[in-house]
Design a protein around this ligand. Structure first.
Ligand SMILES: CC(C)(COP(=O)(O)OP(=O)(O)OC[C@H]1O[C@@H](n2cnc3c(N)ncnc32)[C@H](O)[C@@H]1OP(=O)(O)O)[C@@H](O)C(=O)NCCC(=O)NCCS
Length: 174
């Protein structure tokens, strides 16, 4: 498996990356939104590619996963839109993408890593529970928990169920 940031010349892959992200999020956010809404679009991913924020994992030249990595401030990096090809689940693609994101940010001088997670408040979503357990194993801790409808009021009408918005952080230097 190879992992690397897509150069601007990789813009042609933006559509396939958006398709992968939308496919996996449709499952991992099932039941959270009133109507099936896409997580992203080729245009949005294209803008992230141009900004140098999209890293892809490839196996034998084929897209196997992707992640968006960016710097929030001098000391803090963030990863998001993490996706692994469902046909290759459990092969370490997600874990290596997270490692890559953390290493990139540490090498750039960041002391902390951040990620965001949306979870239903009144029931347990298996994909979200898996992520919460996994992020905890990786050393991430919840530093902010809020009602999504309060933090992002414009999203409230689209929610199918009350959701909490969690921010996780990890000390990259520990
Ligand atoms: C999250 C996701 C990227 C993980 O990708 P993956 O390549 O399948 O995961 P990995 O093989 O790297 O395994 C990750 C962890 O899950 C564990 N795991 C993998 N498959 C498992 C299974 N079937 N049962 C239990 N644990 C499993 C691995 O042991 C590993 O844990 P460890 O790092 O403590 O050893 C992938 O499930 C996905 O695309 N999910 C949908 C999108 C999503 O929810 N993104 C995150 C939004 S914040």
């Amino acid at each position: 498996m190879e992992i690397a940031f897509l150069p601007p010349s990789g813009l042609a892959s933006a559509g396939r990356i958006a398709d992968l992200v939308n496919l996996v999020y449709a499952e991992s956010e099932k039941g959270l939104w009133r109507e099936s809404t896409d997580r992203t679009s080729a245009d949005e991913v294209g803008a992230f590619v141009r900004a140098g924020e999209i890293a892809v994992a490839s196996v034998d030249g084929a897209l196997a996963g992707s992640v968006r990595v960016r710097r929030l401030d001098e000391a803090t990096g963030e990863f998001g839109m993490l996706a692994a090809d469902p046909a290759r689940r459990g092969a370490g693609i997600g874990r290596e993408l997270v490692r890559f994101a953390e290493r990139t940010c540490r090498d750039a001088g960041c002391r902390e890593m951040q990620l965001e997670l949306l979870v239903p408040r009144e029931w347990t979503h298996p994909s979200k529970q898996f992520l919460a357990d996994w992020y905890a194993r990786l050393g991430y801790r919840v530093t902010h928990r809020a009602d999504l409808a309060v933090d992002y009021p414009h999203l409230a009408p689209s929610l199918a169920t009350p959701c909490d918005f969690l921010i996780y952080r990890k000390d990259l230097l520990a």
